[in-house]
Design a protein around this ligand. Structure first.
Ligand SMILES: [Zn+2]
Length: 99
């Protein structure tokens, strides 16, 4: 199997895992949102806390990964990083004001 195909398969597997994990967490929280809570030591509340931590962790991880991949793509392509356009001033336009 070619290296790029193998990488795509791994990327698809990781993406599928992330999506299934998020969907599972969301489904569990939706199903157990109004459970009969005995209070301290509730296992369902502990699992809901784990699900919320999954959302937070995966959200931060996806954001950092997307930012890193975007930066890597810019570095590999050699494109300059886009900045705000320069304002047109007499100096930048090289206008001589010596009338
Ligand atoms: Zn509870």
């Amino acid at each position: 199997m070619a290296k790029s195909v193998r990488m795509r398969v791994w990327a698809a597997a990781v993406a599928l895992f992330v999506v299934l994990s998020l969907l599972g967490s969301a489904l569990y929280m939706a199903l157990e949102a109004d459970h009969d809570c005995p209070g301290d030591g509730c296992l369902i509340c502990a699992r809901i806390a784990v699900c919320l931590r999954n959302f937070t962790t995966l959200g931060v991880t996806l954001t950092v990964t997307a930012a890193g991949l975007t930066a890597l793509r810019h570095v590999q392509s050699g494109d300059p990083v886009r900045t705000a356009p320069r304002a047109a001033t007499p100096v930048t336009l090289r206008v001589k004001l010596s009338n």
